[in-house]
Design a binder for this molecule. Structure first.
Ligand code: NZQ
Ligand code: ZN
Length: 387
């Protein structure tokens, strides 16, 4: 096992009715800015629950944070935080609202010339406005991690940052808030959590059997409850397991002491920025192709995955690996998340991979993956197999 330092201060308030508990987590005198997205929280009762919980607080609201949250929009909220002397941010929504709110929190306290430098130049985040999250879409793990991914309309970039100052102080995970999700977002959430788990697992053996089994436990759970939540959106028990799986997939725990890949995500972010696919859709396209391309480097873990997740243990090594990758693709497709670009309208087998390779080069992502062996050219090769 590799050395590691693990710190996760986010209090998890899990279960039905827990939105009411947020009042006790936000300092009584703090002026709060409630941030949210396009309005789903006003239709499913979540906004009303937040309003009731904050009845003794002074609060303002900022709606309209887009999926793939935009810098231009978030900077409007930064102005409000500064002008109104906001002392606490409460993000109510999915990963985009949580990520956007982390950026607002960091940008409002940023002392450099341009907060975009936090993303484009890795300018250090020295402090952030404290924040909490009421999560309505289990997928990203953003509710209990340091990361945020922000898009800039004027440049067409989608870039990430992470800072311990941006750890949410608390996260409400009430499975009932997810009942109103459209099927596409439910499926996206399952795929995103699946791929987060695999980014921290599908590398090479590192004498970390506990982390492997944490990861395998999350994957088994997603395969079990995924179809249940798709067919019965109000199945509380299945939702509860889906929600908790998604948080545990990216709150740092399963990644302790193991090598990590993240190339699927880095290529995927460029695909969203270039072609507009949902985040999880890009992952379903890239990961199976990346595994086939990096089969030698990942051989031992691919075989372990084939055996322990899918029970595939007969045939040659290459046959078992191929069967496991095919089973993964079939699982994503069974949820309605397609695994090839042409099914999202991206059909040019020469141009599309080249555009993504060029973007990776422009952003300096020249050697990605757990061995740093995936160059922009190899990313292009992978995508050429995914049209
Ligand atoms: O905007 P509203 O009206 O709220 O609607 C949203 C949005 O249209 C809707 N939605 C959310 N909860 C709902 C609901 N609709 C009905 N009922 C509910 N309960 O779902 C749509 C998508 O929401 P979004 O927040 O964009 O989805 P997700 O949670 O998948 O977040 C995706 C973003 O997170 C980033 C992605 O790149 C992408 O920008 N990621 C963040 C990570 C992190 N912070 O660690 C890691 C991930 O790998 C990922 O990169
Ligand atoms: Zn993701």
């Amino acid at each position: 096992m590799q050395n590691f330092s693990y710190y996760n201060p986010t209090r998890i308030l899990f279960g039905q009715g827990q939105i009411a508990a947020i009042a006790g987590q936000i300092p009584a005198g703090a002026k709060v800015l409630v941030t949210y997205g396009g309005g789903s929280i006003k239709k499913n009762g979540v906004y009303d629950q937040v309003k009731a919980a904050l009845k003794d607080h002074q609060w303002l609201e900022f709606g309209g944070i887009e999926p793939n949250p935009r810098y231009e929009t978030l900077m409007q909220a930064v102005d409000i935080v500064k002008r109104e002397d906001v002392q606490f941010l409460l993000a109510v929504g999915g990963g985009s609202v949580a990520d956007g709110t982390k950026f607002i929190a960091a940008a409002a306290r940023f002392e450099g010339a341009d907060p975009w430098d936090i993303l484009a130049k890795h300018a250090p985040v020295e402090s952030a406005v404290p924040l909490g999250v009421v999560l309505t879409l289990p997928a990203t793990g953003s509710e209990s991690n340091t990361f945020a991914v922000i898009s800039r309309e004027s440049t067409g970039d989608k870039l990430g940052f992470g800072s311990e100052h941006c750890y949410p102080q608390f996260a409400v995970l009430d499975p009932q808030t997810t009942f109103s999700l459209p099927p596409r977002q439910v499926a996206n959430g399952i795929v995103d959590a699946f791929v987060h788990t695999m980014e921290q697992y599908m590398t090479y053996p590192a004498d970390a059997p506990l982390q492997d089994r944490f990861a395998e436990g999350i994957i088994h759970t997603l395969i079990e409850v995924g179809p249940q939540v798709m067919s019965n959106p109000q199945d509380y028990a299945a939702r509860a397991s889906q929600v908790w799986s998604a948080t545990l997939a990216l709150n740092g725990l399963i990644g302790c002491g193991v090598p990590q890949d993240w190339a699927t995500h880095m290529i995927g972010h460029e695909i969203t920025a270039e072609f507009g696919l949902d985040h999880a859709q890009t992952l379903a396209v890239v990961m199976p192709g990346l595994w086939r391309n990096r089969r030698e480097e990942k051989r031992a873990k691919l075989l372990q995955y084939a055996d322990r997740i899918w029970g595939i243990n007969t045939g040659s090594e290459d046959e078992r690996i191929e069967a496991a990758i095919a089973a993964t693709e079939a699982f994503f497709e069974s949820l309605g998340v397609h695994t090839h670009l042409s099914l999202y309208g991206v059909t040019d087998a020469a141009l599309a991979p080249q555009k993504i390779a060029d973007r990776l080069t422009r952003h300096g992502f020249l050697k990605i993956g757990e061995h740093g062996s995936i160059t922009p050219a190899i990313a292009g090769e992978i995508l050429a197999t995914r049209i």
